[in-house]
Design a protein around this ligand. Structure first.
Ligand SMILES: Cc1cc2nc3c(=O)[nH]c(=O)nc-3n(C[C@H](O)[C@H](O)[C@H](O)COP(=O)(O)OP(=O)(O)OC[C@H]3O[C@@H](n4cnc5c(N)ncnc54)[C@H](O)[C@@H]3O)c2cc1C
Length: 400
């Protein structure tokens, strides 16, 4: 059996970041990836600038467009455009190329990447042992960066109780429309019940169009994307790929680390509830998990410390984004027309959004700036969570 200091399951942004940091520090690191490589991942491929800024290497070679402008509409109603005054707020990538670049940097740092290898069994007695078809390996520590379904995280007994939403992605062949706009533009369409949005993100040769909705509305996603697509005049564009995936949303306290194991990225539910994006948190948590694993390998504590660092460094952002989403959708649902009118005329809203996306502010800071409104939204969410917990109790008790 092959022996390593650390095994990372999953070569997405969380896994490759963790592996790069571990290997660069001298840890013998194995990355095990189920998919044949490079693999497609259902994703808008919008990389906020703050995520790019967390990486130790340039990503220019895989950037398909840099976006400084968004067009906002609600249910097909009048659109307005906003431009980020300080330059692009996001890079647009295709995930197969972006993820391959991150994995390549993990390999260059010394990590071993084994693709086409699905982890099917896990033994946590003593050292960590993983089993795949025809392959076994062991290590001191295990980082499960195995995405929103997190099969290996579940084998490790981690990740229970994390909330979810659903998303659907369609890649269309074709170039972004011109419409007299010189720079690349991201389209965002609100107005879906009870919350969520559709998007169109421009790539070099493709258009990524999709929608994110609460889990209960997953069955409507395809039809809503088709409607949005038709409204944009793209009904006849050739579909290259269409795929759905869930997104997990951690709200604080859920178990994401054990003595020798940690969940990073989507496996830990690290996506925010305002934009539902997760790549920046995947990179951030990959780094935190590697740091905790390196300390554990050096005899300083165990991986449970990782959960504390996520609570301190990432969870406040996820909580603030959830509070902002509560305020935003609360007003939008009550009065979509006036909201759109007011939103267009509230420069603060857009400068805040662009500053967060560029990594020049944070959701926590922007939520604080709304004063008592944030406190009211936080109270609403606490009541909602308490109701949901109470409703879940009889179901849990009823289970044998
Ligand atoms: C439709 C959609 C659109 C999105 N758009 C955006 C966006 O525009 N911007 C943004 O920031 N975020 C977006 N997100 C979220 C983003 O895709 C995730 O947050 C991000 O991919 C998380 O990275 P990760 O490394 O944690 O997991 P992943 O990228 O999902 O990687 C997990 C890897 O683990 C592997 N794996 C799973 N099980 C096993 C196993 N048993 N053995 C071995 N390997 C295994 C998988 O094959 C996969 O490669 C979107 C999500 C969806 C669903």
């Amino acid at each position: 059996m092959r022996a390593f200091d650390a095994i990372v399951v999953g070569a997405g942004p969380a896994g490759s970041t963790a592996a790069r940091e571990l290997a660069a520090a001298g840890a013998r690191t194995l990355v095990v990836e189920r998919a044949a490589w490079p693999r497609y991942k259902a994703c808008g491929g919008g990389i906020p600038l703050r995520a790019e800024r967390m990486l130790a290497f340039p990503i220019d070679g895989v950037v398909e467009a840099s976006v400084s402008r968004i067009e906002v509409s609600a249910g097909g109603g009048a659109a307005f455009a906003k431009r980020s005054p300080r330059g692009p707020f996001a890079r647009m990538v295709m995930r197969d190329r972006f993820d391959a670049l991150l994995a390549e940097h993990a390999e260059r740092a010394g990590a071993e990447l084994r693709t086409g290898t699905q982890v099917r069994g896990l033994d946590l007695d003593g050292r960590v042992r993983i089993r795949a078809d025809g392959f076994e390996a062991e290590a001191e520590t295990l980082i499960c960066a195995d995405g929103a379904h997190s099969p290996v995280g579940r084998m490790a007994g981690l990740g229970a109780g994390i909330a979810e939403c659903a998303a659907w992605e369609v890649e269309l062949r074709g170039r972004p429309r011109a419409r007299g706009v010189a720079e690349a533009t991201a389209l965002i369409d609100f107005g879906y019940e009870p919350r969520g949005y559709a998007w169109l993100f421009p790539k070099a040769e493709r258009l990524s169009i999709g929608i994110v909705l609460p889990r209960e509305r997953a069955g409507d996603m395809k039809a809503l994307v088709e409607r949005y697509r038709a409204r944009l005049g793209l009904a006849d564009a050739e579909t290259a790929i269409a795929r759905g995936h869930k997104i997990r949303l951690r709200r604080g306290g859920e178990p994401i680390a054990g003595e020798r194991t940690a969940l990073a990225g989507d496996a830990a539910g690290l996506a925010d509830e305002f934009t539902e994006e997760g790549i920046s948190y995947a990179i951030h948590s990959g780094r935190l998990a590697a740091r905790a694993a390196l300390r554990a390998l050096g005899g300083d504590g165990d991986l449970r410390r990782y959960q504390a660092s996520v609570e301190a460094e990432i969870q406040p952002e996820l909580t603030a984004a959830r509070i902002i989403a509560c305020m935003f959708y609360g007003v939008l649902r009550r009065a979509p027309g006036p909201w759109l009118f007011a939103a267009e005329r509230t420069p603060f809203l857009w400068s805040s959004l662009f500053a967060v996306q560029r990594g020049e502010s944070s959701y926590a800071r922007e939520a604080q700036r709304t004063g008592p409104l944030a406190a009211v939204a936080a109270a609403v969410l606490r009541r909602r969570d308490a109701r949901e917990r109470a409703a879940a109790l009889p179901r849990r008790r009823a289970r044998p």
